[in-house]
Design a protein around this ligand. Structure first.
Ligand code: ADP
Length: 490
């Protein structure tokens, strides 16, 4: 029986192929690094052909472990969001390097749109803030600065897409140019309440609608791979941006359910149900699912620095040799001895959005050592998450449990501190690859292995560990007061 699911997990630093059984068990995986190109300060690029080749290499490595392509019911893709590829739809070749989500080169385009008075309309219609992070201004930059992109537009051959769109185009041998709603809504070109890309928004940002694909569901018979790639055509049955995939992988399918991923940065999403959310506290509104043409939405808050602070302690300060040593160090002291760290090493994200803020360490004394600093670094995760909790609450969404994942969530001390500081239970799945699992759930229900996404999520979600809050309110208040003071300094 063909009941394996092949997930292509397209990260920023690597691409992976993962084979899941229909009960959610991971059967095999293969991984390949991606080259990061930094041509100028603030610029980050990927080679789209490299992404395609590494994806194929990993897929071809794991498919035999299922017993061949005939055993695979569907392919699910979860991808780094907002990264833009421009290609020639006749040749299938990229026209320039992909501009990665982290790239800041379009700040002047954003400033121009802001000066033109368009920020409020863009936020209301797309749910996004006017920031170089999102895809639309990256497309406009390519049109204005890359002759090959301009020539392809004139010849009617230009195709723009995010990574899932590019891979589906390649996997189908150029037959399908589509973008799933969770990726499409990150471009500034889609109205959250509309259906496809919006001609007015395209005009405003300066992107020709003809270069964009069709906006499609995230699950179902979305496309089919060219038969000769894997020896048999495999249906592509699940597509999602990585954070939406992780939210689905954590089974946050009912309004109010919330997940937080602690990787390099931290991303918190709360399911908002079927009505388009509007944030008054600088959170993003985004599509969580689109199934059978019906959408659910999420509010999203992103913190720029999470695990990267631990990396900085390790690689720059040399306080630890491995990231996980921060846990034992944090436990080795009663408290941080009054040390507080605001990890604004690359500015502050939600809910502050201050790209000019810089990190601070307050409360140092001769008694402060490595342990206090490591502890303060981990404490900063709960402090930043607490700021988000306040913004979500002010927008009308109170969390009652927080489901965590990401590399940093392996840290038990941090998980307990989150429960203590947020004063709610924190749940962590034993299987922390929730992004890939979410894509597998979408693909499994899309391939008909389950009647709907809820059933797939219920059947494929693994065991959880729960952390209950156990901190005195006075301790919490004292820490939050110190954090707020340090934040002002940042
Ligand atoms: P990404 O997907 O963004 O590349 P991961 O989810 O793989 O990131 O998480 C890696 C990050 O988590 C790194 O920044 C690392 O420093 C941090 N990390 C991993 N394990 C631990 C741990 N036990 N304690 C604290 N930080 C950790």
């Amino acid at each position: 029986m063909s009941d394996y699911i092949l997930v292509l997990d397209e990260g920023t630093t690597s691409t992976r192929a993962m084979l899941f059984a229909s009960d959610g068990a991971l059967v095999a995986s293969a991984q390949a690094e991606l080259t990061q190109h930094y041509p100028k300060s603030g610029w980050v690029e990927h080679d789209a052909n490299e992404i395609w080749e590494r994806t194929m290499q990993c897929a071809l490595e794991v498919i035999p472990k299922a017993g061949g392509a005939a055993m695979i019911a569907g392919i699910g893709i979860a991808n780094q969001r907002e990264t833009v590829v421009a290609w020639d739809r006749q040749t299938g070749e990229p026209l320039t390097r992909a501009i990665v989500w982290q790239d800041r080169r379009t700040a002047p385009i954003c400033a121009e749109l802001r000066a033109g008075g368009h920020e409020e309309e863009l936020q209301r219609r797309t749910g996004l803030v006017l920031d170089p992070y999102f895809s639309g201004t990256k497309m406009r930059w390519m049109l204005e600065n890359v002759p090959a992109v301009r020539e392809a537009t004139d010849a009617g051959r230009l195709a723009f897409g995010t990574i899932e769109s590019w891979l589906v185009f390649k996997l189908t041998g150029g037959a399908r140019h589509i973008s799933d709603a969770s990726n499409a809504c990150r471009t500034l070109l889609m109205d959250l309440a509309g259906t496809g890309f919006d001609p007015e928004l395209c005009e405003l940002i300066g992107v020709p609608p003809a270069a964009l694909g069709d906006v499609v569901d995230m699950s179902g018979e979305l496309a089919e791979t060219q038969a000769d790639l894997f020896g048999r055509a495999i249906p592509i049955t699940g597509l999602a941006g990585d954070q939406q995939a992780a939210t689905i992988g954590q089974a946050c399918l009912a309004p109010g359910e919330t997940k937080a991923t602690y990787g390099t940065g931290a991303f918190v999403l709360t399911n908002q149900g079927e009505s388009v959310p509007v944030s008054s506290h600088r959170l993003l509104a985004t599509v969580l699912t689109q199934l059978g043409g019906k959408r659910t939405y999420a509010l999203e808050g992103s913190v720029f620095v999470a695990g990267s602070l631990v990396q900085w302690l390790r690689d720059t300060l040399g306080i630890v040799e491995t990231s996980s040593q921060t846990e034992a160090l944090a436990r080795s002291v009663e408290d941080s001895g009054g040390v507080t760290i605001v990890p604004a090493l690359s500015g502050l994200g939600a809910p502050h959005w201050r790209s000019d803020a810089r990190g601070v360490i307050t409360g140092l004394s001769f008694a402060s050592g490595k342990a206090e600093i490591a502890r303060a670094a981990l404490e900063a995760m709960a402090h930043q998450t607490h700021d988000l909790a306040l913004a979500f609450a002010a927008d009308g969404t109170r969390w009652d449990t927080l489901r965590i994942d990401g590399g940093m969530a392996a840290n038990d001390w941090m998980a307990q501190d989150l429960a203590d500081m947020l004063n709610i239970a924190v749940e962590r799945p034993d299987f922390v690859e929730t992004t890939a699992l979410g894509a597998a759930m979408l693909a499994a229900s899309g391939a008909g292995l389950y009647p709907d996404l809820e059933s797939a999520a219920q059947a494929m979600r693994g065991k959880l560990r729960r952390f209950e809050p156990a901190m005195d309110a006075a301790v919490r208040d004292e820490r939050l007061a110190r954090w707020r003071a340090a934040l002002r300094a940042a």
